[in-house]
Design a protein. Structure first.
Length: 166
């Protein structure tokens, strides 16, 4: 197969990246570069980094380390409010509420994936999330219905344990 010229490369390369991430578990940029090369697409690490950023590809923890997943503006593997997220977030989750803030604890390495899921849910009353390694701060609007938010969280994360009653 002839090498694709730079004029045609970006759209084709990005579509191929989407397909590869959906079809395979890819753990590093080096792995992705090799897969692209096996499909006769040669690119640099810098270009690949830009592609991943533009495609909103995230690196999330799984049982064997980290893997790439597609972000919410492409075909996504991040669950919505109506799906169960237990398959991507192992272990138990706990939540503690105080005023207009909630602190959600996850297994180490999973806060980013859980926060991305929470953001994708777009729960009414949630202003935003901040994630560390195993802790997420959920900031609520002043008029937030906390029972509605907890119900939404329990729908997606059935293993959620509430630490305190608000």
């Amino acid at each position: 197969m002839a090498q694709i010229t730079d004029d045609k490369t970006k759209q084709y390369r990005q579509q191929l990246i989407r397909e590869l991430i959906q079809e395979k578990v890819i753990r590093s940029q080096d792995d992705l570069l090799e897969l692209l090369k096996s499909r006769d697409v040669t690119t640099t690490q810098a270009t690949l980094s830009r592609d991943l950023r533009e495609l909103q590809v995230a690196k999330v923890a799984d049982s064997k380390g980290y893997k790439y997943v597609l972000g919410h503006n492409t075909t996504s593997v991040i669950p919505t409010r109506s799906t169960n997220a237990s398959s991507i977030v192992p272990g138990s989750l706990t939540i503690e509420m105080s005023g207009q803030m909630c602190v959600l604890h996850t297994m180490p390495g999973y806060a980013g994936a859980v926060a991305a899921t929470l953001d994708a849910m777009q729960l009414r009353g949630v202003m935003g999330t901040l994630a560390g390694d195993d802790t997420i701060l959920i900031i609520l609007r002043s008029d937030a219905d906390k029972l509605y938010i907890l119900e939404g969280l329990r729908t997606t994360f059935p293993e959620l344990t509430i630490i305190n009653n608000f």
